[in-house]
Design a protein around this ligand. Sequence first.
Ligand SMILES: N[C@@H](CCC(=O)N[C@@H](CS)C(=O)NCC(=O)O)C(=O)O
Length: 423
Amino acid sequence: MALILHAGKTNKNSFKALIAAEFNGVQIEYAPNFEMGVSNKTPEFLKMNPIGKIPVLETPDGPIFESNAIARYVARLKADNSLYGSSLIDYGHIEQWIDFASLEIDANLVSWFRPRMGRAPYLPPVEEAAIAALKRALDALNTYLACNTYLVGHSVTLADIIMTCNLLFGFTQLMTKSFTSEFPHVERYFWTLVNQPKFQKIVGEVKQIESLPPIQSAKKPSQPKESAKSKPKVEPKKEAKKEVAKPKAEAGEEEEEAPKPKPKNPLDLLPPSKMILDDWKRLYSNTKTNFREVAIKGFWEMYDPEGYSLWFCNYKYNDENTVSFVTLNKVGGFLQRMDLARKYAFGKMLVIGSEPPFKVKGLWLFRGQEVPQFVIDECYDMELYEWTKVDISDEAQKERVNQMIEDAEPFEGEALLDAKCFK
Ligand SMILES: N[C@@H](CCC(=O)N[C@@H](CS)C(=O)NCC(=O)O)C(=O)O
């Protein structure tokens, strides 16, 4: 007789048990007509899980809630299978990685995700702390996976199933390629596992998120209606589990409100400027020789101090820039996250010094007279820099602008490790 799983069909917490079932040959079926926010609030459901959360597994001996507990139960249904290892120490290590996947990876992903989705107050230092703690965990996992294919032993265990499901949430909702490329062994591990047939049958085709979701303003408690906000990143294959309906939301959080129409960017409402940003970007890109005479001169001819402003930025934690490629990745990640400002900004980021610690300094041209609020709100890196408006009546500051645009070397007496352009 099949066990009954009460859950939405794209929930990574349910995938844990479903993947374990694939390995063990256990039959699990979704409860028919489950509706998030409705079915899990009924008195019958609350009898199975008093907190009203999914997933819940109905077994012949009674219900189980908490997705890890459900997955453990399913893993143990078949005697002598390898999901729980083959010795007491394997068992200990499997439990160790299950806790690590839940408490060090998933918990930090959730702390990063919820405020961004407007499900908790958004506070930049809280987000930074969640990301820092997540990176610490991923770094440790990456080091471990540098010489291990699986978390325990030489085949898939329940620890890999739970870790992969939690990473699935991260890869599809928050962690862009520029974020995960710092952890190449985690990337290799994740993509290898999600593409194994028993995983793929449940999770379907997985696509990594391309840009960090923008911060949504805090919402009222969500309604039990289907999300129209984002296309599901995880599409369970039709054959995955019998009565598969249309995938609803995402690999983790099921309840979403329909989006409000996107308001116009306030920068589009500014009086028109004589400076055409794309013309400047084209001039910058096309000038190959005589840069000072052509591009820099052209810049000041085009520059409209009423429609645009120039800003110097200085990384606040330069003494932490002790490893060159980490520093370069950090700046690269910042520029990727600035993608949302491409219509309104041009930037140069210099990584300065021939020896660590490297200094990161930049120059930005923004539409309007301020660092745009939507950029501050949506790109967490902005907080990591001190921003100073350029006073263009000061020749020394103007000259510094020129040097930053043209990657002058030495810059402020030091060699450049790299100069990156945002255009
Ligand atoms: N620790 C729980 C987390 C369950 C959970 O947060 N479920 C969410 C969906 S991913 C839920 O049911 N939310 C509805 C609610 O909070 O009322 C588990 O692993 O099962």
